[in-house]
Design a protein around this ligand. Sequence first.
Ligand code: NAD
Length: 333
Amino acid sequence: KVLRVAILGLGSYGTRVADAMQTCKRAKLVGAISGTPTKLKEWQTKYNIPAKNCYSYDNFDQIKNNKDIDAVYVITPNGLHRDQVIRVAKAGKHAICEKPMAINAQQGQQMIDACQAANVRLLVGYRMHFEPKTLEVIRMRQAGEFGKIKFFQGLSGFTIGDPKQWRLNKELAGGGAMMDIGIYSINGARYMVGEEPVWVTAQETKTDPVKFKEGVDETILFQMGFPSGAVASCLSTYSMNGLDKFYLNGEKGFAEMQPSTGYGPIKGQTHKGELNQPHITHQTVQMDEMAAIIFDNKKPEVPVDGQEGLRDLKIIDAIFLAAKTGKKVELKA
Ligand code: NAD
């Protein structure tokens, strides 16, 4: 069975997903939702989408009556995810939502509740959870090849441009670099170490308070502690170039990846040699796998459900609190 998907939010990442879906085997782009009628026309031609599967932000609740669409993939600014996913759920369609799933844990929980009540699936666009080199490192860790895990380092950042973009608007972004790119180090620490953190500490620095307003983080250094005693040290920033590196250290070996979460090819090595799994288009594999998760109840190696999205949001809430108060914040394991 093929997963018939409508994309909501036809921006730069929405377009990347649409392009990647053209080579999917089990997922098909069949619909589009946008506030811009000209973009809908463009997408109809470019991706062969029927006009009857196109909606605006005002009328997309009517998708409820459209038997030709199974799921809606929400790819809009973070601050809009909660309300849009809830509308998708109420329309009886499966919801796929971009990361961060929402702008705080409370919103994330509301989305999970709405999807549960509507009996639809909620999946989060964690494309790295299907990336072959990443999965190989996870497999090696599970097989004990690194021994007891002691340390993870995650560096996630880039220099952000246009100060007027939504990514620098607190209401639409929910924060700054942490929501956008720092989340890769949080999520990566969790799947590389294979545990959930029980505490965080964090320090924030801001060199440009005009560009990075109140509530929009420029740079945050943060640390996490795991039940086994493993620790993580991470950097999230909007003002350094090309930071995209993971390092995992265990008693018997290590893995390092750079780039670690970009669109690829991902590159990396372990104490046993270079990682040589094939490069795949992340979003193509992600959508095929999501079809299997929804229709065959397939369990991915690393979860991509609402609970997974919520875990990252709880950690982000704790990091913001730790940065603000200067105190260590405990998390429930
Ligand atoms: P973008 O600015 O390129 O696109 C956002 C889209 O939302 C645009 O089409 C815009 O018209 C629309 N939109 C609707 N209401 C809006 C509003 N009030 N303000 C601004 N735009 C509005 O952004 P993007 O890079 O495509 O990011 C969209 C989402 O995808 C974000 O949640 C982001 O974190 C996520 N994303 C994920 C990845 C990934 O690798 N998984 C990569 C990039 C972006």
